[in-house]
Design a protein around this ligand. Structure first.
Ligand code: FMN
Length: 378
């Protein structure tokens, strides 16, 4: 239903992305996409790059007079830092010293072995999380489509390093976004900022965890009939594909393993106003690979950033001598941004599942199909 792809190097001229399959008639402006790109910059602990890049997407096709027209939507995000890299990243001929000391925890070593390259820059330019700007831009379109059906996606940082917050479900996304670490708990936010400052001074980096919550989903998105069509697999795959994400849980996730069945599962109730519902949500809104009508809850763990101010041991791929990994300007902590990126990743998976269920070439057609499904629920 939905097809998307992106291209572009971290220090190249621009990032380009295309998404195909968005119905016509969806209201879409530059502001919708740029607001999400601005949220990707949020978070204390980002490196100098984020001060340079004030990402703005240019819609090149697929939108006319503020509405999608059913053709592929293509986007261009220029890299503001490109003028400083023109020679090192030249398409025809240029010059640049090769990067030869791979960073532990990055794509560097496996990437040069895979491509048989003597310059790690050829790998790091695309393996860099810069490409997530494209993901956020096309994810913004998916989020806009879902929002036309009352579905909203939010996220919050739950821990950074050893500092955790105790706040429950996200109530106010504006408050989350105004926190320097995207956490609604003011005390925890202050401690998280201190932990990042300390890590920066020590040449260290920090990871953490975040939650993504999706409200307003109808029951029945996804599919139990084949394992590759299950929505839980698609969601976990999409979030684990974000650079540095090393764990994903749905609902109570790992904690469920230690609970007795009677405590783990969400009992089913019915009343005329609410219809079918549960009083608990340990399953996190997914049962049998399908949405069950409850809030979809996903938690993810991000490892510490691999590029360190105090680099780890590495080996020079040309001389084979033991040395230290190379340094490039880097974030100390990017958990707040990763949570925004995860909103986009899950938005794309859900938009795809939504269009698979309801179809429609125009938004009006999708709406008719959706309304008829909601009305005729058993
Ligand atoms: C928003 C975001 C920003 C990141 N910033 C950096 C960075 O500045 N320096 C770095 O070495 N890694 C950074 N990373 C992590 C690397 O991209 C990631 O660890 C690397 O691509 C290897 O992939 P893996 O950790 O999934 O194995 C960032 C990740 C995200 C999601």
């Amino acid at each position: 239903m939905l097809k998307y792809m992106s291209a572009g190097e971290s220090h190249g001229q621009a990032l380009v992305s295309i998404i195909e399959g968005i119905p016509s008639g969806l209201s879409l402006t530059h502001a919708d996409i740029n607001a999400e790109l601005a949220r990707r910059k949020l978070g204390f602990g980002r490196g100098a790059r984020m001060k340079i890049e004030n990402d703005k997407a240019k819609i090149l096709s697929g939108v006319r007079f503020g509405y999608t027209i059913g053709s592929p939507v293509s986007l261009l995000i220029e890299n503001k830092d490109w003028p400083n890299w023109q020679e090192m990243m030249a398409v025809d001929s240029g010059k640049s010293a090769a990067v030869t000391t791979p960073r532990p925890g990055h794509a560097d070593l496996a990437g040069v072995l895979k491509h048989q390259s003597g310059d790690i820059r050829n790998v790091l330019e695309r393996s860099s999380a810069r490409s997530t700007a494209s993901l956020v831009a096309i994810g913004a379109i998916a989020k806009k489509l879902l929002s036309a059906f009352g579905i909203s996606i939010v996220s919050e940082v739950k821990s950074i390093g050893e500092v955790s917050c105790t706040c429950g479900q996200i109530k106010d996304i504006a408050k989350v976004d105004s926190s320097p670490v995207r956490c609604q708990d003011d005390n925890a936010s202050k401690e998280m900022v201190k932990a990042i400052e300390k890590a920066a001074k020590e040449g260290q980096s920090l990871g953490g965890t975040f939650e993504v919550a999706i409200f307003g989903l109808p029951a029945g998105l996804g599919n139990y009939s084949s394992f590759e069509r299950r929505l839980d697999g698609k969601i976990c795959g999409a979030i684990a594909s974000i650079p540095a994400i090393k764990g994903v849980e749905i609902g109570k996730g790992f904690e469920l393993a230690s609970l007795k069945g009677s405590c783990a599962h969400d009992e089913i109730f019915y009343d005329k106003n609410k219809g079918y519902h549960h009083k608990t949500n340990n399953a996190g809104g997914l049962e049998g690979g399908m949405t069950n009508g409850e809030t979809l809850l996903i938690t993810a763990a991000m490892k510490p950033i691999p590029t360190l101010g105090n680099p780890l041991k590495s080996v020079d791929i040309i001389t084979k001598e033991q040395t230290l990994a190379f340094k490039e300007r880097a974030d100390v902590c990017a958990v707040p941004a990763a949570a925004v990126i995860a909103e986009a990743a899950v938005g794309l998976v859900l938009a795809e599942a939504f269009l698979e269920k309801f179809g429609g070439d125009s938004l009006g057609e999708t709406k008719r199909n959706f309304d008829s499904y909601i009305k005729t629920t058993i």
